[in-house]
Ligand binder design. Structure first.
Ligand code: SF4
Length: 412
């Protein structure tokens, strides 16, 4: 039996105090909205109605806006709309220009610069779309884009061509055609509802869609991709969870990028979803100035587990137009993965992937742990850099003879 803890060091690394502080749970608080009745603040529709959507509102609430942010916010509504819920706005540190929350939702002028290799549709979704709003890239599953609205808009959004409709994409999903395609394609066993954010639908509208899908015999399970528990945890009511519970097996992938997003409010909302029996995974995007740091990522992954969420994917930032200022390198991503594997619970290690530019699908990228495969053995290294070998014949069968002693290679 494998033991996961046998080689843990009792010594505390120097980053431990930072790690511990990042893992503390805090409420987002009421901030500028201290006078608003609690019943309004807790109402998700109130939060949506009072989003910050203009440069004037932003400047009034945050006089520390930098010139880059001011210019970005002025231009934003021509490309990807500016919108931030009051709840999420309270997580921004106005005194810190490098606040990781700030970089995710406050537009910057760099968004208007497009590098030669950047694209409007980096994952090639439009070219795999047999019906508007349905992406069929892999044989047995489809992505159903059900709305172009989100509670807040992420400045690096892969679907910024269509979400918020600021750039005139004119997205109009046709549910009848989407459902008909799924009914008529028996190879589809898994449907992922995304957008935009499906959890912005009313309970009734989402239930209608889920019940139509659940009635299709060849669908084995349903998934929803959402950032609502992070941007708008008030939306995750007990009533809503009771509705979702009727459509199992149903999985939810949330999207969170930094441990500070995991507030007491988000933790409670995620707890309600988990109590409804919904397996929860997290997808995060590697972002410069946000989470391209091993300690931050480790704290984030461990905190997700405390919220009953299994880290699922860590994405290399897609080559979306105007995202260079937020993109970190693959080298950094691999270094972070190296600091996770073996250094924390296996459940807390996401799969690092690159969505192949132009539409090749997700490609896993991992640090190299297999050093060689020849001479009747596979030579591997562990998370500490120690070398081991696993005997195996050229044809893949186990070896009978004792393997030759190997020397500690110098390459690690
Ligand atoms: S919540 Fe998702 S779809 Fe909406 S802006 Fe953010 S990344 Fe894009």
């Amino acid at each position: 039996m494998h033991s996961e803890n046998s080689s843990e060091s009792a010594d505390e690394p120097p980053s431990q105090p930072l790690l511990n502080s990042l893992k503390e749970f805090h409420s987002a608080g009421r901030g500028f909205w201290a006078d608003v009745p609690g019943s309004d603040w807790e109402d998700w529709r109130w939060q949506l109605k009072h989003r910050i959507t203009t440069v004037e509102q932003l400047q009034r609430l945050m006089p520390t806006l930098t010139p880059e942010e001011f210019a970005g916010a002025t231009l934003a509504n021509n490309k990807l709309a500016l919108a931030i819920t009051p709840y999420f706005f309270n997580l921004i540190d106005p005194a810190d220009e490098n606040c990781p929350i700030r970089w995710q939702v406050i537009p910057r002028v760099e968004e208007t610069h497009t590098a030669a290799w950047e694209m409007a549709d980096p994952c090639g979704e439009d070219s795999h779309s047999p019906v508007p709003g349905l992406v069929h890239r892999y044989p047995d599953r489809v992505l159903l884009l059900v709305t172009d609205r989100c509670a807040s808009y992420c400045r690096y959004c892969t679907r910024s061509r269509l979400v918020s409709n600021a750039s005139g994409y004119d997205f109009h999903p046709q549910f009848d055609k989407q459902l008909e395609y799924i009914r008529n394609t028996s190879a589809i066993r898994d449907v992922l509802l995304s957008g935009g954010d499906p959890l912005l639908f009313s309970d009734e509208k989402l239930e209608h869609l889920l019940s139509e899908l659940r009635a299709i015999p060849h669908l084995e399970f349903l998934r929803i991709g959402t950032r609502i528990p992070i941007f708008l945890p008030q939306r995750i009511t007990e009533k809503f969870c009771a509705m979702l519970k009727k459509y199992h097996p149903l999985f939810i992938s949330i999207h969170s990028n930094h441990p500070r997003e995991l507030t007491t409010e988000a933790r409670d909302a995620l707890g309600r979803l988990a109590d409804a029996g919904i397996p929860l995974g997290n997808q995060s995007v590697l972002l410069r100035n946000v989470n391209d740091d091993a300690t931050v990522t480790k704290a984030h992954m461990q905190k997700l587990l405390m919220c009953r969420v299994r880290p699922y994917y860590l994405y290399q930032c897609d080559l979306i137009a105007g995202s260079s200022h937020l993109r970190s390198s693959v080298r950094t991503g691999l270094e972070i993965m190296e600091q996770l594997r073996g250094h924390t619970t296996g459940y807390g290690v996401p799969q690092y992937v690159i969505d192949a530019p132009g539409g090749g699908g997700k490609v896993p990228v991992n640090p190299d742990y297999v050093l060689s495969r020849d001479n009747g053995r596979v030579v591997i290294r562990n998370y500490e850099g120690k070398i081991f070998e696993y005997p195996e014949a050229e044809d893949g069968t186990p070896l009978v003879d004792a393997p030759k002693e190997i020397e500690e290679p110098e390459l690690v």
